[in-house]
Structure formats: C-alpha cells, structure tokens
Design a protein around this ligand. Structure first.
Ligand SMILES: Cc1ncc(COP(=O)(O)O)c(C=O)c1O
Length: 382
C-alpha cells in the first residue's frame, strides 16, 4: 500500500532514525572513514578519539565506572555471547527468567547441551514481573551468573533490576542485564544497581544503525576473551591483548556505526530520556485504552502500564496474528511484528505459543493520530 507508513515496530528496530544520526554517519564516512587505532596519521588518531569519546559517553549513559570497559560488539546478541563465553565454565549454574529473548535462551541451551552448565529459569507473575526473592531462592553454591532482561520485548514490563542487583551483590554473584529494550527508553545506572554488565544494542531505542552494540563491564567482572585477533596494540605478541577495551574486541571496529550510536545518544540526552519515556507511554496508554474498548481484542499484561516501556502485545479473536498483521499492513499501512518475537517462553506462559500475537511498539516519531489509526485498524477486524 502506498502512502505514509505508520511504523509501530520500534522494538524490532527504531525507524526512522533522527536526521542528526544519518548526518553524523555520512559526514563521518566523508571526512574520517579510516581505521581507528591502527595508524599514526592525523585521521587515524582522530578516529580513535571519536571511539574513545563514544566509550566515555556510553559509560556516563549507563553509570559505568570505566570508559575503557565499554566494549563494542555487533549487537546485543554478540555482546551476550561475549559475556557467556568469557564467564561460564564447566560445572557452573546460571539463573535467568522465562521472559528472555532467544539471545539469552539459546546460548544457555547450547552450553547445557554441551554438558557444561545447568540453569534455572524463574517465572514471571500475571503482570509480567519476576520476583527477586524467587531469584534468591534459586541460588546454588555453583551459581556463576544471573542474567535478566531489563524490559520484556513481548510484554514491555521492566524488571526490578535494582532489587535483583541487591540480591546478587549480597551473595557475590554477577548480575548481567539484557538492556536491548530499555537502553534509550529509561535510565540505567549499573553502579547504583549493582549490575556487573549491561548488554546493549545500538539500533533500537538508542537510535543508532544496525551492526553496533556492546557490553558495559564493571571493573570487578573478569570476562575472558573468547575472540582473538588484531587489536592494533602490542602486535608482536602472539597473545591477544589482555588490557581493556581490546581484551574483548578483535578486528577493525565499526567506526561509522559507533558515530551513529554516539549521535543517537546525543539526541536522547538532548531530548531527555524522561521526556522520551513520558511521550512514548502516553502513546501506549492511548493504544491500550482504545483497544480496551474493543471486545474482540485481547491484550496481555496491559492492565497496569506503570513499570512498562512502550511495547504492547494483543490478539484479535478469530483472526490469526499473521492475518491481523497483513490487514494492518495491507489496508492501513501499519507495520507491526507478529509471531513469537524470539521469546517463546513468554508466549508459552501467556497462552499464545501456538498462535503467537501482534506486537505494537511506538517510538519517538509516532503521533496520537498513528495510534488512532491502529485502533481503527484493529476495530475493523471484528
Ligand atoms: C529483549 C531482547 N534481547 C535481545 C535482542 C537482540 O538484539 P539484537 O538482535 O540487536 O542483537 C532483542 C531484539 O529483538 C530483544 O528484544
């Protein structure tokens, strides 16, 4: 269908990107498209400064104590793999939740299938939240890590990370959070919350391009390198660089991606993360209230949207999510994500594993009119 696209799939990736992000990337490629940290000419040094500046910005953004422990990776999945590979050892036990995305579930499953680890997945309650006490009850002498998604990509519920951090720090167990759905939407303070590492992805609410993400690591968390190669440092040594940030990075960095991510963070800081959250939640509440008036629409964990980010999942009675998505797209030019959203256990627990659901995720460029059109589209399916 032609006409303006109403994009309500920001939980998959944010679109469009702020003009400032695109401009910074284009200008970066024109003026500074060289390899950072690999040469002694002016542009290479300047590129390295850009990378270090981005590390500093991200450290402030996440409340991380040391900018050199902001590790760049391709995305959150990549960052989580770096953490799992660098921390888990045979015999370890891991605690996670049934809210997780496959970027956590599949590595854990893989390590268990290899016979290396065991894990327990904590349930969430009827509103979409895990109980920190339940995490405490699952701790064993060999528990090596707790890994929790900060905000569910299906329900939007924000987990009580601060309380979970308290439980973990009292027992000396590292807490890692998957901030894919929270970074850029709500503040994160890993130091205040006793979080040992934050995995982030650049292309969602951080408003950057795809292909850039990373891991913010607290200095007391010893993650071993699991990828080895050139770092531009100490090239004579056959051993991968042991010092941060190179310890967990290998190969040429995604300079232009880092520039775009850095511009995305500038945009968020300028607009104010609280104000972004307020505006997005006003749109989400408008959607929830509109859909609540439709008898043929069922929503999941959306009764009380406090403690949520702007993600809402629903179904239309008698219409498959695929058909609903096709009507939204074909008749109303609305983009949503249907299916299981790479989080099968959430769908098992809300009773939608066999059919999936329709996910709406407004972003900073949506308007109340976009939401009203989505409500009209859902109303048309009665
Ligand atoms: C909760 C959650 N974790 C991890 C990811 C993976 O992000 P990426 O594909 O950018 O690695 C996503 C993306 O959909 C997500 O929603």
């Amino acid at each position: 269908m032609s006409g303006r696209l109403i994009y309500l799939d920001n939980a998959a990736t944010s679109f469009p990107k702020p003009r400032e992000v695109l401009d910074r990337m284009l200008q970066g490629y024109i003026e500074l498209g060289v390899s950072p940290g690999r040469g002694s000419y002016d542009q290479a040094l300047e590129a390295e400064d850009v990378v270090h500046g981005a590390r500093k910005k991200l450290a402030i953004f996440f409340g991380a104590p040391d900018a050199d422990r902001i590790i760049f990776a391709a995305n959150a999945t990549d960052a989580l793999n770096i953490a799992f590979n660098g921390l888990l050892r045979p015999g370890d036990h891991v605690i996670s939740t049934r809210l997780e995305h496959n970027s956590v579930l599949r590595p854990l499953y893989h390590f268990r299938e290899m016979g290396w680890i065991s894990y327990d997945l904590v349930h969430f309650d009827g509103k979409g939240f895990v109980d920190p006490g339940e995490i405490a009850r699952n701790i064993k002498p060999n528990t090596r890590m707790v890994i929790v998604t900060h905000a569910s990509n299906v329900l939007g519920s924000v987990q009580p990370v601060e309380e979970i951090g308290r439980v973990c720090s009292e027992r000396g167990i590292p807490l890692i959070i998957d901030a894919s759905q929270s970074a850029g939407k709500i503040p994160i303070d890993m130091t205040a919350w006793n979080v040992s590492a934050v995995a982030f992805t650049g292309h969602k609410a951080l408003l950057g391009p795809t292909g850039i993400g990373g891991l913010a690591v607290r200095p007391d968390l010893d993650i071993k390198p699991s990828r080895f190669g050139g770092t531009g440092v100490d090239s004579r040594s056959p051993i991968h660089t042991v010092t941060f940030p190179h310890r967990l990075e290998a190969g040429t960095l995604n300079l232009i991606g880092i520039m775009g991510l850095s511009a995305g963070i500038d945009y968020i800081m300028h607009k104010g993360i609280e104000s972004i959250h307020r505006e997005e939640m006003a749109l989400l509440k408008r959607l929830r209230d509109g859909l609540a008036g439709l008898e043929h629409v069922e929503m999941y964990c959306a009764g009380d949207l406090s403690g949520h980010v702007a993600v809402l999942t629903a179904n239309v009675n008698g219409v498959s999510p695929e058909d609903a998505g096709a009507i939204l797209d074909g008749d109303f030019n609305i983009a949503v994500r249907v299916g299981l959203h790479c989080a099968p256990l959430v769908h098992e627990d809300i009773g939608t594993i066999n059919r999936g659901a329709v996910r709406f995720s407004p972003g900073i460029f949506n308007t109340p009119e976009d939401i009203d059109q989505a409500i009209r589209a859902m109303a048309s399916m009665s």
